[in-house]
Design a protein. Sequence first.
Lengths: 425, 425, 162, 162
Amino acid sequence: MHTNTGKVPIPADSHQPRLDLVAVKADFPILDQRINGRRLVYLDSAATSQKPWVVIRAITDYYRKQNANIHRGLHFLAERATAAYEKTRAHAANFMGGVQREEVIFTRGTTEAINLIAYTWGEANIKEGDEIVITEMEHHANLVPWVILAQKKKAVLKQIPITFCGHLDLSDIDNIITPRTKLLALTQMSNVLGTINPVAKLTELAHKQGAIVLADGAQAAPHMPIDVKELGVDFYAFSSHKMLGPTGVGILYGRRELLEEMPPFNTGGEMIDEVHFDRVTWAELPHKFEAGTPDIANVVAFDAALTYLEELGLESIRRHEMELTGYAIERLSQIKGLEIQGPREPAQRGGAISFTDPNIHPHDISTFLDSRGIAIRAGHHCAQPLLRILGKTATARASLYIYNDEADIDALIEALVEMRRYFGV
Amino acid sequence: MHTNTGKVPIPADSHQPRLDLVAVKADFPILDQRINGRRLVYLDSAATSQKPWVVIRAITDYYRKQNANIHRGLHFLAERATAAYEKTRAHAANFMGGVQREEVIFTRGTTEAINLIAYTWGEANIKEGDEIVITEMEHHANLVPWVILAQKKKAVLKQIPITFCGHLDLSDIDNIITPRTKLLALTQMSNVLGTINPVAKLTELAHKQGAIVLADGAQAAPHMPIDVKELGVDFYAFSSHKMLGPTGVGILYGRRELLEEMPPFNTGGEMIDEVHFDRVTWAELPHKFEAGTPDIANVVAFDAALTYLEELGLESIRRHEMELTGYAIERLSQIKGLEIQGPREPAQRGGAISFTDPNIHPHDISTFLDSRGIAIRAGHHCAQPLLRILGKTATARASLYIYNDEADIDALIEALVEMRRYFGV
Amino acid sequence: MNEQLDDMYREIILDHYRSPRGRKPLEKADIKSDGSNPACGDEIEMQVEMDNDTIKDIHVNCKGCAISVASGSMLAEITKGKPIDEVRRIAELVRRMLKGEQVEIPDDLGDIDSLRGVQQFPVRIKCALLAWATLVEGLKSYEDGHKQASASTENDDDEHAE
Amino acid sequence: MNEQLDDMYREIILDHYRSPRGRKPLEKADIKSDGSNPACGDEIEMQVEMDNDTIKDIHVNCKGCAISVASGSMLAEITKGKPIDEVRRIAELVRRMLKGEQVEIPDDLGDIDSLRGVQQFPVRIKCALLAWATLVEGLKSYEDGHKQASASTENDDDEHAE
Ligand SMILES: Cc1ncc(COP(=O)(O)O)c(C=O)c1O
Ligand SMILES: Cc1ncc(COP(=O)(O)O)c(C=O)c1O
């Protein structure tokens, strides 16, 4: 702990144990690596997280001991593989606060989950003149599908604007969410600003107008306890790879009644009941939405990631990140001229911290930091419209997770100072 | 080698070295396992193949040393991950006989690849009254999407029938593929009958009528050399998990001009050029068709699977499987009353061998064999219409791959004989 | 697992499988009910002759695996002469037993107890359930005034639950 | 890799970046050409005054990273006074050099050689190319009789090739 920094107040109700950072770091083999001769300081977890041994080993174990295709096999391996695959489904259902396992659909990631909704629910329910409401801070994944659907259906796409501080501006919300609103699709946490949005409150407003609500949980689910029932949303999507799990796996939660009415998305094996050349009937939930051989090994290994997160405790993770975000924002603010995006108050935001230097382009920042072993991201972060609103073409973004500590932030700050000398601007 | 069996003739042009089966078996850790107290005899590779150490290790290495999100990162790990991901694309392009890397799209598997075509090319090109031609032996993956598209567009779905021996019946082909045919979608190898179809010849016929051709290579690509240029097809799809690679990865080859004209499938990050709230432009090929974070680790590891197959030699693999298929069919034929589906001649078929016992249901066969450590599949094999045509509700299917040998077949035969005693029917 | 195998294919089951009861079609059927598991390919045809609320005679023709055939044969043997309500209770008992619940099977339904081993083979549970689901459907439509019914256990996917 | 870093950000590049040439807008422009990399956010505005087929004066205003600014600045310095054909040849040379081909850069284009280090950073190659692509587009539309042009190196994705 550094003594030269004021501590961020910790929420009074946080009685969660602290993370044991030494133990956590030791669980992530990639952090042992030296990058460009330096210790790897990984500050790009909003793009994708690193993986603990338990997850890597779960993949290896699967292929060494269980590998088989699932659901239709009558042999030992097929039954073990099927049970393991379905175990993750039950686990994910629990992780989201306890939903039915039939309400949990495996996808490739958040992007595919949202496209699934657009292609099925959206295709069937959005009509000419209907309104789809998103926010100005959406990731392209929760934006482009709605631009396309609105164009196709001659529907209207509206955006909830953001304030100067990077919050949603709700001052005119009653003119944005109206009886014409059929869908509210919003991110629970911004991948650029870090802002945590009032999803429960907006869901209530939208439901009052008869709209359906989809929350993009890609940035929230890895970092805080999630309860979709409490949020009240109809659909919720997130990605395994951003929360210690393997790539190739995403979760779509959908309210059962909605999923039951929806037509299927991809069609083929596993998702059918009876197939004839002139007619097909569908399998029950959740299989109706899982055509073909899924990413079995990675779904199975995602279970280990969820267990790892739960064992640390999502409350503890949130608390750790709030403290570290507070520390990072404070230290970054001390660098003269550096502009930080999004809310300042850690309680209102997650650990994705975008910043710009008045004289050095984010790309140069990223390349320079990389030479010091520090991995951040620079660019538009798949949120071009938001960047345009911020008046930026790109930002640098450092994003935190469970394996980051104050030493990582210190390394970042030191390198940023050195960078200015290097570029001499 | 057994002396009591006639050897299947080997094609005269086969100068390929034989597989070293002892070495190959040793590369697959799962085969070391004992199932139900017995050596695992895995005869279910048509459902999914087992994985060699090099593939498992490639996944582990990726997560231990390279893991990062791709394409937009400016740091060391992101560049390494991007290069590794794109290396597999170049490799797959070569594997298919040398196509352009822009013509190679990563999907979750064959099923998603075919759905992608239906949702993009199909949606844009199939009109009322148009004809889509498939075969009676299609897997649901290459059948249900066309049933649905035909229904939606009021197009006509026609099937090329099969002969008694399990070949395509081309006697009436000129009345099936006509100037109204817009798409011919057929499997290169049946997952039930084993039949290898004359794709090049039918493609020529279809092209003469102005139709587009899609070949489902899910069962062919793992087992024989593939050259999509020689086949002449416009689209070609296959799955990594059936050819030693990880789950979650499929390849769609598409002719560049077609891909360029097609609208995108899923939308979101990575596949865009410019995004506004009211308009979006797309990235160039192949990125246009890869929305969101792909299954990076598994794509990277698929490279190792392709290398492994190429080092054995696809010609050698084919030769091994032809010999073993011949041996298996001969031994199965010696069991009185057992009915074998599909062509008898190994040169005309792959190693997926469906059979039925007159008195014992395929499920009981599978369960019994499982108790002897032998994994086969029983059911409709995602080909309900074909099974109906064969007059079966289910078959038992033993399917072969590089790690199978005559001892595996002998174990199968022995267990089948024992089974009849057990059930006493 | 050979023990498991023998546990599933108990002698009683193999006996029902080899010589299924109720194979003879009825002259006069009040209920016709068909069932299938498209995925497994099991198919069942049932005819029931009723005497008010009691099953007077029953014909079961099952094309399927040993488990589905044996289960249908036991059903034919057991349900004959029983009132609808009791048949429903037995069907529910079978269902709960197969899902792994701790249920007591009364002595007079003894053969059914032998289906317990199927629990260990989740994919096969729907095979054992098919006949019972088909009969329950048939009885329901009889009460509703129809004669024809059909059932499926294909999507009875509870075995995937933890 | 600090060496690699210094190789990319050579003193010459940093010098161009800190005090870019051609910043002064022109009074009379025959060509206006804008370029951008939407993904990177680099943006460039260019004005060119022509004397028949020769670039008489050029203005480059680049908002972007050190590489794109330096590349634009070098372009302003080098292309002034050169005929269209030669400018095209130089642009092609720069392109091939950045793609890693073995090309000789003549002494009088010496500063350009300092961009060679960018090769090692595939994602940055398009930054170095932006100014050149924008000028070539501008010259093309000048020859076609238009005044306004725009370019993008965003989808110049060759760096992914093996
Ligand atoms: C807020 C948000 N939504 C959606 C996505 C897309 O997730 P994926 O690429 O895993 O589909 C991301 C990840 O970049 C994100 O940050
Ligand atoms: C002929 C054929 N086509 C398509 C598929 C579907 O492949 P996947 O499940 O990998 O999408 C299979 C695999 O079962 C197959 O055998």
